[in-house]
Design a binder for this molecule. Sequence first.
Ligand code: 13P
Length: 250
Amino acid sequence: MKSIVVANWKMHPATFKEAKQLFEATKKAAEKAKGVSVIVAPPAIYLREIVKLYKGRRVAFAMQDGNAEAVGACTGEISIAQGKDSKAGYVIIAHAERRSMGETNDGARRKVSAALNSKMTPVLCVGEASRDGTGEHFNFIKEQLRIGLADVTAPKVSQVIIAYEPVWAIGATRPMEAHDMHEMAIFIRKSIVETHGKDGMNMKILYGGSIDETNAAGMLRDGDIAGFLVGRASTEATKCAALIHSLSEA
Ligand code: 13P
């Protein structure tokens, strides 16, 4: 099965020298693997230099976040337009760690639009903090999708990638169960069909949370997903290569 791996390096590594080494290992694994599209999301300060190191076609690049305004008086911010100028083709939007630092559904909505306007692919992250057995988390996800996608027209909706990352599975010891992911993937598509029509059926959905080389293939097979948003396992060269290899088509 074809798959997508978004390597979300978060705030790693500490030096550009290490970033180059990690990228080299990631690139090598990506080029050997069949059917795996790798998208590297480095810290923004490394992005342009890393892009320059790469001449091939198997790896693409993402921003980890981006401001919806192209320019402005926003000390410390980096705009989606600037990311595009640095050759990022994707932008991760409203990651759980950004939400915990104040990102809102409305902020996500503006960023999704800005990414599409810049001809970049938005990777809109959704995910509940916890589950209590009442099914309330489904309403929570539906609301994140409804607002995050509110400015996207129906014909464009399948250009957005949805990353489902339950907060309780991020940085944990194991991912969620594949059959629970499958159920959530169906729910996500159904919710988007309700707001945007039948193209919602074609949404690419990624799973994120404690994915590594031991569990990715099973999740891809049974989770009804197109691939992964990976944190820790993407920041260690050997683990990242093993993960990509584990998804390579035979
Ligand atoms: P981990 O893979 O470290 O659990 O992180 C998941 C994540 O947040 C990817 O964006």
